[in-house]
Design a protein around this ligand. Structure first.
Ligand code: SF4
Length: 233
């Protein structure tokens, strides 16, 4: 068996295992500590399947620390990621740093609302968690969509950042993106099976609510939509 075949079977095993693991992982997600463990496990499984798929298909990923074109795009998260990211920020950021993040989140939310859906797609709005060095300040706890996003060629990333020409497509490797999607989707199914909302929401909106509005958590844990009035899909 070649190394590549080894990696491909490792990927298949990871996909199948998470299918069995996700249900029990999210079944007790109403408890914040268990939710945090479930989300960390989800993120770990996304990272693992990305690594084995990249290895198995011999993909050359062009992304590097400090390259942040994609951190100006819209990021969608599920409520459970927003709550765990909010908890991670409270634990790991000083009060001053957290206040800065809150200020940036509010500015991003205001700008996004002012622009509307279509114009937002053609605007660069730096993520509230993007550091001045171009690196993610919450890298360890970043959402699954950020983990999944990758590029095999920086040229389209740069070109889209500069022009917002919708004809420019990100150079993502199909199998890599697909396998990460499978893990993310299995997680969402498990959350839904536990009677909890899994709808995707703009990260700025969701994180701001998760940090500032205790009612959002209570609504989610009661099986309701946590971010009332937020755009979702
Ligand atoms: S959370 Fe981190 S990786 Fe994701 S968009 Fe924001 S800065 Fe970039």
């Amino acid at each position: 068996m070649t190394a590549s075949e080894d990696e491909r079977s490792a990927t298949a095993r990871r996909l199948a295992n998470w299918g069995n693991e996700a249900g029990p992982a999210f079944a007790k997600a109403r408890d914040p500590a268990r939710l945090a463990t479930a989300v960390v496990t989800l993120h770990r499984r996304v990272d693992e399947v990305l690594a084995t798929t990249i290895e198995g298909h011999g993909v050359r990923v062009a992304c590097a620390r400090g390259c942040s074109y994609c951190c100006n795009l819209r990021v969608q998260v599920q409520p459970y990621e927003a709550f765990t990211l909010a908890a991670w920020l409270r634990k790991n950021f000083s009060a001053e740093r957290l206040a800065q993040v809150l200020g940036r989140l509010k500015a991003n939310v205001a700008r996004t609302r002012e622009l509307g859906e279509e114009q937002r797609k053609r605007a660069n709005i730096a993520c509230a968690l993007l550091g001045e060095d171009g690196a993610c300040s919450a890298y360890e706890a970043r959402p699954a969509q950020c983990r999944r996003y990758h590029s095999t060629d920086l040229a389209p990333c740069k070109a889209f950042h500069a022009t917002h020409d919708e004809a420019i497509e990100a150079a993502m490797h199909q199998a890599v993106a697909h396998n990460a999607d499978v893990i993310i989707t299995q997680g969402r199914h498990a959350v839904r099976a536990a009677g909890l909302d899994d709808a995707s929401v703009d990260m700025n909106e969701a994180l701001l609510e998760a940090l500032e509005n205790p009612k959002a958590w209570r609504r989610w844990k009661d099986g309701k939509k946590p971010f009332v009035g937020r755009q979702e899909r």
